[in-house]
Design a protein around this ligand. Structure first.
Ligand code: PEP
Ligand code: MN
Length: 376
């Protein structure tokens, strides 16, 4: 059960202390308070965990400071979409809104290699009006002998260059909690010219200690990728780990499943789950067409498979696209074969906007149809 307190409740007030004291006396109930600092207002939510069936919604609503009460199912308590749950979805970061109604393109390098490539990438993004990118510094690789990413050594340069071209958010994978400190330190050293959305990769979806550590910090939002060999439910629970530790600014990423049933694609594309995740949870949903498809193959009409699956995800309501580009894919140190060329960026943006328009029209059609009384 979640108690949503009156807007701007003072957590240092005697009333608040009194409320907590009362709740803590409830038998078999654990009390956890979460404070969500929005750009316009602060919201305090109190989670009652345990045998809440004995509690009535009316009794809880009658308590001082309590504005609304939501009885949640056991599933995805914080991030899930529950009955009569009108809590706002999504979050603001770096002046951008990330919700189930927005769409952001994060085009960029799978892995940072040389300064010139970071600069060429960011310049192209700025020239085409994009403000988000992806830049891998810590790369989880199958072979220990493969390039592992430049790590901390490249961060100051990446942040400075991104800031120079007006990039506001960089999606960047972390594979260890120490990487979060390194990112924070590099941002401080460079005067925070940009922001970072921490990425939990598919290989770490169930690295619970990493999830807890990344969930404990609230400075950076988190993109968590679906685990490539586990169920959707297990991956959504992994996202819930982040939220249960306090960080509610979570985006859920679909990136394909590991099975040879998807051949000849690198992974079996799972973008049919975009509406499923949007229905089960309040998280914005990201698609990663590059790691799903893994190649520059094209349909007979000449449209690349990466474009096709992107359109499929966007037509189904995706809110974020993480996509590999490279100024010189032949020289990329990681995943060159799946990277799009900078010259293809305007084409990609236009193709995405066609799909987005189709999604908006489809949503409008569904709304209209639902509003029409059924014929007898
Ligand atoms: C990536 O986005 O660079 C990446 C490694 O993705 P995934 O964790 O989905 O394989
Ligand atoms: Mn990659």
């Amino acid at each position: 059960m979640i108690l949503i307190l009156n807007e701007n409740t003072d957590v240092n007030s005697p009333d608040y202390a009194q409320l907590l004291k009362r709740l803590r006396q409830l038998p078999g109930i654990q009390v956890k308070a979460h404070r969500i600092e929005g750009s316009l207002r602060a919201v305090t939510e109190i989670y009652l965990i345990g045998d809440t069936k004995q509690l009535s919604v009316e009794d809880m609503r009658a308590l001082p400071l309590v504005e609304r009460v939501v009885r949640v199912s056991e599933e995805y308590r914080v991030l899930g979409r529950h009955k009569d749950d009108h809590r706002p979805a999504g979050f603001d970061y770096q002046g951008l809104h990330f919700g189930q109604d927005s769409l952001h393109i994060f085009a960029g390098l799978c892995a940072v290699d040389v300064r010139e490539h970071v600069e060429a990438m960011c310049r192209a993004l700025r020239d085409h009006g994009l403000q988000c990118t992806r830049m891998g510094a810590y790369k989880p690789r199958t072979s220990p002998y493969s390039f592992q990413g430049h790590g901390r050594a490249c961060l100051n340069d990446v942040f400075e260059i991104a800031g120079k071209y007006g990039i506001r958010v960089i999606a960047m994978e972390v594979t260890h909690e120490a990487h979060v400190d390194e990112i924070r330190e590099a941002l401080q050293e460079t005067g925070s010219p940009t922001g970072v959305m921490l990425q939990i990769g598919t290989r770490n979806t169930q690295n619970f200690e990493l999830l807890k550590a990344v969930g404990r910090q609230k400075e950076f939002p988190v993109l968590i990728k679906r685990g490539f060999g586990i169920t959707l439910d297990e991956s959504l629970n992994a996202a819930e780990y982040l939220a249960s530790e306090g960080n509610h600014r979570v985006v859920f990423g679909l990136r394909g499943m590991k099975t040879n049933m998807g051949d000849p694609h690198r992974n079996f594309v799972d973008f049919a789950h975009v509406p499923v995740v949007r229905r089960l949870t309040r998280m914005p949903v990201c698609i990663d067409p590059s790691h799903s498809v893994g190649a520059r193959t094209a349909g007979p009409e000449g449209i690349l498979d990466v474009f096709h699956v992107t359109a499929q995800g966007v037509v189904a309501g995706a809110n974020m696209i993480l996509v590999d580009f490279h100024p010189n894919p032949a020289k990329a140190l990681v995943d060159g074969p799946q990277a799009l060329h900078l010259s293809e960026l305007p084409l990609f943006i236009e193709d995405v906007s066609i799909a987005r328009e189709a999604y908006l029209k489809r949503s409008e059609l569904a709304r209209r149809y639902a509003a029409t009384p059924a014929e007898a």
